[in-house]
Ligand binder design. Structure first.
Ligand code: HEC
Length: 190
């Protein structure tokens, strides 16, 4: 059902406000409208005219298309879950220990997960706790922080280590699922 609130102005349609509180999945052929606020017969007439123009008139098809598009966008946003990591840590560990990832060197060739063992890059022991601290400062989740560290290593370069050494393109060399898996694995390194 569509719920409409109409303002009562003499200028009519252009000043009429319609509040759509619920978007129906399928619009009924003869739209039902509940007019919440009306003052006077002229407003009533304006509203009727507006509603018939908006929902029954030539604008109807355009409007329907708009609504369908909005619903699709909402579905896509929900499906992507805003990039929340929900990967498999065990699969992530396997990816971490691959010698290569696409055209890049694999993580373990540069990173140990033993405390204090630095190879080309710093040890990632305790990485989940470190990332949690950084995440809090930035107001993002720990998973999002790890994603930034992996896909945009120069965003913050670890002190004592050179920039542009960690491959800059893991965001494209790893699939979205693989990236989530690696993040899930790093989340276990507390
Ligand atoms: C060629 C070497 C190399 C490879 C391969 C590599 N890294 Fe790195 N990584 C580095 C270096 C060097 C740094 C420190 C400098 C910086 O921050 O960019 C670093 C930093 C990091 C950090 C931030 C550490 C911290 O304490 O803030 C994370 C997390 C990380 N790498 C994860 C990964 C993961 C996951 C992979 C595999 C997908 C990977 N790295 C592959 C070299 C590498």
């Amino acid at each position: 059902m569509l719920i409409a609130a109409a303002s009562s102005t003499s200028s009519g349609v252009s000043n009429t406000t319609v509040l759509m509180l619920k978007i129906p999945l399928t619009l009924p052929t003869d739209d039902t409208a509940v007019v919440l606020t009306l003052s006077g017969m002229s407003a009533m007439r304006d509203t009727r005219e507006f509603l018939s123009l908006a929902y029954g008139g030539p604008e109807r098809e355009k409007r329907m298309r708009g609504i369908v598009l909005l619903l699709l966008i909402a579905l896509v946003v929900t499906a992507c879950g805003g990039g929340t990591a929900s990967g498999s840590a065990s699969n992530g560990e396997k990816i971490f220990n691959q010698d290569t990832i696409g055209s890049d060197a694999g993580c373990h060739t540069c990173h140990s997960v033993e405390p204090g063992v630095n190879i080309v890059g710093p040890s990632l022991a305790g990485m989940a706790s470190d990332a949690a601290g950084d995440a809090e400062e930035r107001g993002v989740t720990t998973e999002e922080m790890l994603r930034i560290m992996i896909t945009d290593p120069n965003d913050e370069v670890v002190e004592g280590f050179p920039p542009y050494t960690m491959p800059q393109d893991f965001g494209t060399q790893l699939s979205e699922d693989q990236l989530n898996d690696v993040i899930a694995y790093l989340m276990t390194l507390k």
